[in-house]
Ligand binder design. Structure first.
Ligand code: HEM
Length: 323
């Protein structure tokens, strides 16, 4: 899948940067991100500022009962992790409101030389359910500067998409990338050894969650989250617990604006131990491409259309930032 996507990026790259309606929605989204945040050569169109770290993942006993995926076989799996601020501005202050939600992307390096990714954020549910709505949200932001007459395009968007504003409000400022929970939001499907399927949503839980006030975050130095991670790792590892929320048979899996009931079972999948920041993080992140649809046998896409839209848009962004 990843190879096919990178190949299609080469095609898309030749198609120009205009906001024309006849472009694929993935190109329109990246154009809209560039419109909101500006073009910053060499950086991601979204989640432009980040830090790369290294570590390992070790599955919990029982994870392999849910999925035959190689990441759950009990071996110690090397991982590359990237924590990030939202938005396409590479020097955004970490404590800025528009740096929310924070992101965590994980690449698992499997024994057979292949890779599988998870791409998570600190929202509890997602503001929109389709690629077109994501594009329209960005265009509404671009069309709603402080001087815009009321109701602004953004106010109208929030009115017609009732999940959007409450979803955005679920991401809070943090004292450290290590002290936040990151969520997968899009559903994926585990396949066990008998072929039985179970829809899941990922939760990456820290040892403790520490949220701080927006005013406090705004007073922090611009790179406080990046610096904090390096400082913590110089003293010892940072640990997260990967968990899965399990859907009940009737739960919908196609719409990440709708969380599943809070009483759905949550199971432990394993421990992620981060040991060091990549000494050449800035260069490392330029080469890295995390894709929510880069899966391994035993984990499948659900019917959530955002997974393919995201894959496409990430590849367009990767193509442009690699030029
Ligand atoms: C239609 C929905 C979405 C679109 C169009 C979109 C678009 C993008 C784009 C273009 C990038 C830059 C990719 C790159 O250059 O490598 C990106 C990065 C990212 N996105 Fe999304 N996104 C969407 C939804 C989500 C969701 C649902 C999550 C998490 C649950 C998420 C988490 C992230 C993270 C963590 C990154 C940074 C990845 C990295 O560190 O390389 N996004 N997104």
């Amino acid at each position: 899948m990843q190879k096919a996507l990178v190949a299609s990026a080469a095609l898309i790259l030749g198609m120009g940067f205009s906001l024309a309606d006849d472009q694929p929605v993935t190109v329109q989204i990246v154009d809209a991100l560039n419109k909101v945040y500006g073009v910053h050569p060499g950086f991601r169109a979204n989640h432009a500022k980040g830090i790369v770290a290294e570590g390992t993942f070790q599955a919990a006993p029982g994870a392999s009962d849910l999925s035959i995926a190689a990441i759950f076989d009990g071996s110690t799996i090397p991982v590359t992790v990237r924590f990030s601020d939202s938005g396409g501005v590479p020097n955004i202050p970490d404590g800025s409101k528009i740096a929310l939600p924070h992101g965590m992307a994980i690449k698992y390096h499997l024994k057979d030389g292949s890779e599988t990714d998870m791409v998570l954020v600190s929202l509890k549910f997602f503001p929109i359910a389709t690629g077109e709505d994501f594009r329209d949200l960005l265009l509404a932001i671009a069309a709603s500067p402080p001087s815009a007459p009321h109701p602004t395009q953004l106010e109208l968007f929030f009115k017609s998409h009732p999940a959007a504003l409450p979803a955005l409000a679920t991401a809070l400022p943090i004292d450290s990338f290590a002290d936040e929970q990151y969520n997968g939001l899009d559903a994926f499907v585990f396949v066990d050894k008998s072929g039985k399927k179970q829809a899941v949503r990922y939760i990456m839980a820290p040892e403790k969650i520490v949220h701080i006030g927006a005013d406090e975050a705004a007073k922090e130095p611009p790179d406080y989250l990046l610096n904090d991670l390096a400082a913590r790792l110089s003293k010892g590892p940072v640990v997260f617990h990967l968990k899965a929320q399990l859907a009940d048979p009737g739960d919908q899996t196609k719409d990440p604006t709708e969380p599943w009931a809070a009483d759905r079972k949550v199971v432990e999948l394993g421990m992620l131990t981060i040991t060091k920041v990549d000494p050449d993080s800035l260069n490392a992140q330029k080469k890295l491409l995390f894709l929510p649809g880069a899966l391994t046998s035993g984990i499948e896409e659900s019917d959530d259309p955002l997974i393919d839209v995201r894959d496409g848009a990430y590849v367009v962004s990767y193509g442009r930032r690699s030029q």
